[in-house]
Design a protein. Structure first.
Length: 129
């Protein structure tokens, strides 16, 4: 009986694939304009240069909601060593939620300066297969 159970378990695992997720994809400002192709459940990390001491921060929006899901809060990674006025990076984490296509747009600005142009922008076309 144990041998039969092992065979059934092996067949079930084979039918379901390896069960391993694809490696995360990492992009930065230098990748702006790039098309990012993800498989279902694959994670995407977007890391953008920032300096929290200036009042500037990155905001994000998607052309189509639900293609990727936001995972957790935006993370601020300060440059090392940490000294007053030094910059860092903001890291956004997403997960491919459903098949489709969306564009992720990021704008670097002070939240209270809504009428002026963003200091920096970054965009990524995201395709989930």
């Amino acid at each position: 009986m144990p041998r039969m159970m092992a065979t059934v378990l092996g067949l079930l695992l084979a039918a379901c694939g390896t069960g391993q997720k694809a490696d995360p994809v990492y992009v930065s400002e230098t990748d702006s304009g790039r098309t990012v192709v993800l498989s279902s459940g694959q994670e995407l990390f977007v890391t953008l240069t920032s300096n929290a001491t200036t009042g500037y921060s990155w905001s994000r929006r998607f052309t189509v909601d639900g293609v990727v899901a936001v995972v957790g809060e935006t993370e601020y990674l300060p440059d090392q060593p940490i000294i007053p006025g030094s910059g860092g990076k903001e890291r956004f984490r997403f997960s491919a939620a459903r098949t489709g296509r969306t564009t992720a747009s990021f704008e670097y600005r002070r939240p209270w300066e809504t009428s002026s142009a963003a200091a920096k922008t970054a965009t990524y076309d995201i395709v989930v297969q």
